[in-house]
Design a protein around this ligand. Structure first.
Ligand code: ADP
Ligand code: ZN
Length: 520
């Protein structure tokens, strides 16, 4: 009797049972069907093509964009007694030759290959002479030019289906937003493939978003002290920020190490090793860090700057709690971050379409940050996954925020921006609204305009919350040429004219300093 999928799962991989959709996927592909698999990181995608490749005759070809990951996988498979190999640019000619010989001789169960290598005439000819069991296209979102992992060669992978129409294909990704999913189907010609969508919920991760008080350093330190001795990752958006934040944490006695692409590569590798091997290391990093890092006991992921998109936020926070234990995803942001992120996008090199797209992604993220809804529900909704809400493990569920009718406040804010000539940042406009007689107010004679002092009913903190939210909502934008001066947008009109109501989130109460932090 031939082996069943379950036999191989026990015997070769030593697992007792399939997870979620794994069994259905394995059976579908082993039976010759095409599949698109959407599963969160750590969900167990590899088995979905490894098992069918073992169940079918011939060698399974795995297209993978990351050479380091490829090598790890092959080593792990060899230890389990699976006949696996890889072909990529790091192999010397002799080794590559012997892999090719083994492939054609039918001595391999799985071959991992980089897309550029696969697409060479030499490799395609080689596959013509090989019995093939399946094609697995890992990290399939690399086909999307809108993601930051875009790999042009992925677009040419349609050749696989054209050349070998009878060989089943399985595309896999952990990037599951609707637009990317549609693009994968279209670009890889997977219209007839069955889609397997696993839940993207990570119930053990607690989501929490705070508004920055000042620079936010104090809040970050408090947060990390709540996780004393735990391993964690702090994401910052630039190399310079990474260095600064790592310094601040070290000064505060935290075992923090920096990681970014601008560092000496030996030191970077050493920091990564320490993070993986030592207990309680906090890695302060740009998003260059994390892809393919499999450390199960990361207890927290903190963002001290805004991620680029909800997608990025989900991927980055998903590196916490892979062992299933309690973990926390924490993000802090303020008005300045919103303004500078928008500027960064607008000043970038990208074409107009791309900029528009990035701005829309940022808006979606800001909507998520400001929502009063259950965060888990909002996050999963972005991936098209329904969730009943009230998860009991996010800030909005644990400490429900209140909202207020901010229509009047927003109108005051917008008209004050207008009356002061759309030439100033939020700090000055707030001074005018509150009727402060600062030097700058006197210098520009802003105490003589009609909006001076009309906002004395709200304090500085509340006003900053109003500005953050109306900038986030696109009712004001930062003028790049004028050092981030705020100006009206086409969306401001309806609010100014009283045609649109606006509910705003109340600012969370000022955090109370805990006793152990006093005087320290
Ligand atoms: P992904 O590629 O989706 O990020 P992997 O395929 O690397 O995930 O699997 C993540 C981890 O889960 C691995 O350590 C793997 O051994 C384990 N795993 C996968 N499937 C099972 C299963 N059915 N039972 C137990 N462990 C599993
Ligand atoms: Zn919730």
């Amino acid at each position: 009797m031939p082996d069943t999928a379950l036999d191989l799962l026990h015997r070769i991989f030593g697992h007792t049972a399939f997870r979620d959709e794994q069994q259905h996927i394995v059976e579908h592909v082993a039976g010759g069907g095409d599949a698109l698999v959407l599963m969160p990181t750590g969900g167990g995608k590899s088995l979905c093509y490894q098992l069918p490749a073992l169940l079918r005759d011939g060698c399974g070809i795995v297209v993978s964009p990351l050479i380091a990951l490829m090598q790890n996988q092959v080593e792990a498979l060899l230890q389990l007694g699976v006949r696996a190999a890889c072909l990529n640019s790091t192999l010397d000619a002799d080794t590559a030759m012997s892999v090719e010989r083994a492939l054609v001789a039918g001595e391999l169960d799985l071959l991992y290959v980089s897309p550029e290598r696969l697409l060479t005439q030499r490799c395609l000819n080689l596959l013509d002479r090989t019995k093939l069991s399946l094609f697995a296209i890992d990290e399939a979102h690399c086909v999307s030019q809108w993601g930051h992992d875009f790999r042009p060669e992925y677009r040419q992978l349609t050749v696989l289906h054209e050349r070998w129409p009878d060989v089943p294909r399985i595309a896999l990704t952990a990037t599951a937003d609707k637009p990317t999913r549609n693009e994968i189907v279209e670009r890889l010609g997977l219209e007839d493939a069955r889609q397997f969508v696993s839940s993207f919920d990570r119930p053990n991760i607690r989501y929490r978003i705070v508004h920055k008080d000042g620079g936010g350093t104090r809040q970050l330190l408090d947060f990390i002290r709540d996780h004393r001795g735990a391993s964690g990752i702090v994401y910052a958006f630039s190399r310079k920020r990474v260095d600064t934040v790592a310094d601040q944490l070290q000064t505060a006695g935290i075992k923090a190490l920096p990681y970014h692409a601008g560092m000496d590569s030996d030191l970077r590798a050493q920091n990564q090793r320490r993070f993986l091997q030592e207990d309680g290391v906090v890695m302060v990093a740009t998003i260059a860090f994390g892809m393919g890092i499999d450390k199960p006991d990361v207890r927290f992921v903190a963002h001290v700057d805004l991620p680029k998109s909800i997608e990025g936020y989900y991927q980055e926070t998903g590196r916490a709690g892979r062992d299933g234990g309690p973990a926390e995803a924490w993000l802090s942001y303020g008005l300045g971050d919103v303004v500078s992120m928008r500027q960064l996008i607008q000043q970038g090199e990208a074409g107009d379409d791309r900029k528009q797209l990035e701005l829309r992604k940022l808006d979606a993220l800001l909507g998520y940050c400001e929502t009063v809804q259950c965060r888990r529900q909002a996050l999963l909704a972005w991936f098209g996954e329904p969730h009943a809400g009230a998860c009991g493990n996010c800030d909005n569920c644990l400490e429900p925020p209140s909202s207020w009718d901010g229509t009047q406040a927003a109108r005051k804010a917008l008209s004050c921006v207008y009356r002061t000539g759309q030439r100033f940042g939020a700090a000055h406009v707030i001074d005018v609204l509150r009727g402060e007689l600062t030097d700058k107010v006197k210098q520009h004679r802003h105490d003589e305009i009609s909006t001076w002092g009309i906002g004395a009913d709200l304090d500085d903190r509340a006003w900053r919350g109003v500005f953050r939210q109306i900038v986030a909502a696109g009712l004001l934008e930062a003028d790049v040429e004028r050092h981030g001066a705020l100006r009206l947008t086409s969306a401001s009109g309806p609010v100014l004219r009283g045609e649109r109501e606006l509910r705003l989130r109340s600012e969370s109460p000022k955090p109370v300093r805990r006793r152990r932090d006093r005087g320290g």
